[in-house]
Design a protein around this ligand. Structure first.
Ligand code: AMP
Length: 178
């Protein structure tokens, strides 16, 4: 079974489409036979995403640092909850377990996780696909910023081949079915 790691907000965000998409992504991951690896929290989009998988009889592995166990409220119905010592171990574990990455709307934590995986890809530390699910144009300013990096010579366009942008859950999962 292929595992996909998803990074997303521990909040819901302002737009109902964010939580609808998180749930639909979870449901479709399960229906298409992927297991989910994520941060293990029950809050915000993270919780809804896990619910989408679990309510469609899918498998979810949560990876949560011990110090966040209370703060983020660990999801209680996961197939497996892996507790790690810190944030670095969490990302390393998620990378170890995942065959690819999907990024939904989120805050600073989601950005940090996205950029760490992009950086590791750029350094050749993994060769996995990273798909940004750009719902409601949430990531448009980030995509402009990345173009700016390229324009000013701080980002080589070839380095971004592992990075794709999709605007629907279906398109996003098609990437991993090939
Ligand atoms: P956020 O996108 O900020 O709601 O956070 C989403 C996920 O990223 C959660 O699992 C957080 O634990 C994690 N996270 C939050 N802050 C940070 C941070 N400073 N560095 C790395 N991960 C974080």
């Amino acid at each position: 079974m292929k595992s996909i790691a998803v990074f997303c907000g521990s909040s819901f965000g302002t737009e109902p489409i964010f939580r609808e998409t998180a749930y639909n992504l979870g449901a479709l991951l399960s229906q298409k036979g992927f297991s989910l690896v994520y941060g293990g929290s029950a809050t915000g989009l993270m919780g809804v995403l896990a619910d989408g998988v679990l309510e469609n009889q899918g498998e979810v592995i949560g990876v949560l640092p011990r110090f966040l166990q209370k703060k983020e409220v660990a999801h209680t119905r996961l197939t497996q909850l892996i507790l790690v010592d810190d944030m670095h171990q969490r990302k390393a574990k998620m990378n170890e377990l995942a065959d690819g990455f999907i990024v939904l709307p989120g805050g600073l934590g989601t950005f940090e996780e996205l950029f760490e995986m992009l950086t590791w890809s750029q350094l050749g530390l993994h060769q996995k696909q990273i798909v940004l699910l750009n719902i409601g144009g949430y990531y448009d300013p980030l995509l402009s910023l990345l173009q700016n990096l390229e324009h000013f010579g701080f980002l080589k366009s070839g380095n971004q081949s592992a990075f794709l942008v999709c605007d629907s859950v279906l398109a996003c999962l098609n990437v991993f079915e090939k």
